[in-house]
Structures are given as structure tokens and as C-alpha cells.
Design a protein around this ligand. Structure first.
Ligand SMILES: Nc1ncnc2c1ncn2[C@@H]1O[C@H](COP(=O)(O)OP(=O)(O)OP(=O)(O)O)[C@@H](O)[C@H]1O
Ligand SMILES: [Mg+2]
Length: 270
């Protein structure tokens, strides 16, 4: 069996959202704390937004894992864009009532009148930009009636019709938190902590500030793009290890290899 120095490092950067792989970074931790505080407040809706790949799903998953022991919390990873399906799922997951052929909004509201909770149930909705305006309005009404609290995440786009500018996001029931790309310093911690979490200590130590600066220049500190770049970087290292091992310097990551990986992934043009 083939054993590679770099292959296990490659696995570290697969684009998988798993709360167990969550890394604490200064700014991210502060934001996460605000999110946890917001969830405790009598706010009805909390919005987590940011560009793709800034860690929204990751943070939502982490919140779910941290809260689920102590309160009623439901997480919908993929949007239930069909209104009936959405309401039926809420009825099932929150109130434990099943089979409805149909369940319209009025019927859902009537149903929810029959239940009281010490703690308002919390529903986490990922990818909320995919919900229709009409369903978003209903979500707003449900939360406004204090039946369910929602945390929703959505992409921030540069579109002229910015979703956050829409009416249902402007009422005072909202608190919004924005996630950003990593700074260079944060990116270094991100890369090293991820590797160390997976016992790749030697490889973690091979990244210096120059490498991180180079990576940051290519990915702007976007976590998903950084994952892609590093996945490709470790494939390149793996190839050299098999074919031209003398070209590898085991004390440092090579910026030339990082640039090769950037070309291979299409981040820069050859
Ligand atoms: N705090 C973190 N700890 C560990 N990994 C992270 C963290 N934040 C982001 N990542 C990594 O970055 C990847 C992208 O993050 P995520 O999928 O959460 O982005 P997103 O903001 O939800 O993007 P999209 O808007 O496209 O849904 C994740 O697969 C994960 O590997
Ligand atoms: Mg996401």
C-alpha cells in the first residue's frame, strides 16, 4: 500500500461541512459568540450572511451541534422550497405531528396554537436565498407570532436587487451578522489548525508567512477557495513524491507549487 506524506493533508481540505472540523479563529469566534447570544435574546429572526465560502454553513452546523442537547432545535440543510413541504416538515419536526396530505398556512397557524414551549423552538435554515419571497414572508409571520425562532443564512450577492434590502429583512425582528473572508493572519491559523486537528503536524509546520501571503493573494482568504487550492497543492506534492521526489523540499512549502496549484484549479491563468 502506498503511504504518502501529503495524502492525508489533502483529505483535510475536502470541502465538507462538518462541525467536528470547526476551527476557532478570532473574528469567527467573536461572531459565533454574538450568534449564540442572539439566539438567547427574545429576537425572532437572526440572519447570518456573507459571500459564498465564508463559513456560514459551517457556523450554522456548529450552532446546531452546540445547542441540540439543551433545546429544541431543527436544522434544514437543503431548502424546502415548496411551501406545503416546508410547513409539513415544521409540523412534523417541531410538533411531532404527522400525516397531513395538505397543510396550508392557516392550518399550520391553527396547529401551532395548540403547543406551548418553555423555550421557543429554534429552526436553522441554510441557503435561504433559495426560498421564495412568498415563503420568506410566511417565515417572517411565523416568527413574528413568536411561534418559532429562525436563524437563516444567505449568500450576499452583488446583485442590484440585494436580498437583504427586501422588506422582510428590514423589520426590527432581525439581527444580522456578516461573515467575511479570512485575513492573512487568520488564514495561517486556519491552515495550521486544520492540519494539526488531523495530526498532520509536520506539514502544518511547513507553512510560513510567505506561503500564506501567496495563498491569500490567490484566494483572498476565502475558505472554500483555500480548500480547493490546498487540495490541489497536496495532489501536486503527492505526484512529485511518486515521480520526482528529489524536487521536494521537506522543510518548506514551495510558493512555486502553490502557483502551480492555482493554475491547475483555474485561480490564475497560465
Ligand atoms: N470556522 C471554520 N472552521 C473550519 N472550516 C471552515 C470554517 N469556516 C469555513 N470552513 C471551511 O470552508 C468551507 C466553506 O464553508 P461553508 O460551506 O460554510 O461556506 P458558506 O458561507 O456556507 O458558502 P455558501 O454561501 O456557498 O453556502 C467549508 O467546507 C469548511 O471546510
Ligand atoms: Mg453554505
Amino acid at each position: 500500500m502506498k503511504s504518502s506524506f501529503y495524502l492525508s493533508s489533502k483529505e483535510v481540505f475536502l470541502d465538507i461541512v462538518d462541525a467536528k472540523e470547526y476551527v476557532q479563529l478570532d473574528r469567527v469566534s467573536t461572531l459565533y459568540q454574538s450568534l449564540k447570544d442572539s439566539v438567547k435574546k427574545p429576537l425572532k429572526m437572526i440572519l447570518l450572511y456573507g459571500k459564498p465560502g465564508t463559513g456560514k454553513s459551517m457556523m450554522l452546523n456548529k450552532l446546531y451541534e452546540d445547542l441540540k442537547e439543551n433545546q429544541k432545535v431543527i436544522m434544514y440543510h437543503t431548502p424546502l422550497v415548496d411551501e406545503t413541504e416546508f410547513l409539513k416538515s415544521l409540523a412534523r419536526d417541531i410538533y411531532g405531528v404527522r400525516p397531513f396530505e395538505e397543510l396550508n398556512f392557516t392550518q399550520f397557524n391553527e396547529l401551532s396554537e395548540h403547543y406551548e414551549f418553555d423555550n421557543t423552538p429554534l429552526v436553522l435554515l441554510d441557503e435561504a436565498q433559495l426560498y421564495s419571497t412568498s415563503l420568506m414572508e410566511k417565515i417572517r409571520l411565523i416568527s413574528d407570532a413568536r411561534k418559532i425562532k429562525f436563524v437563516i443564512t444567505l449568500h450576499k450577492t452583488d446583485d442590484k436587487e440585494d436580498i437583504i434590502a427586501k422588506e422582510h429583512f428590514q423589520t426590527r425582528i432581525w439581527e444580522s451578522l456578516e461573515l467575511h473572508n479570512a485575513s492573512s493572519a487568520e488564514l495561517k491559523i486556519y491552515i495550521q489548525k486544520k492540519l494539526m486537528k488531523n495530526n498532520c503536524f509536520d506539514v502544518a509546520n511547513m507553512f510560513d508567512n510567505k506561503n500564506v501571503k501567496c495563498i491569500h493573494k490567490i484566494t483572498s482568504g476565502n475558505y472554500r477557495d483555500t480548500n480547493k487550492l490546498l487540495d490541489s497543492l497536496f495532489s501536486i506534492y503527492d505526484w512529485y513524491e511518486d515521480n520526482q521526489p528529489t524536487k521536494i523540499n521537506y522543510s518548506n512549502i514551495s510558493n512555486k507549487f502553490i502557483e502551480m496549484a492555482a493554475i491547475k484549479t483555474g485561480f490564475i491563468n497560465a
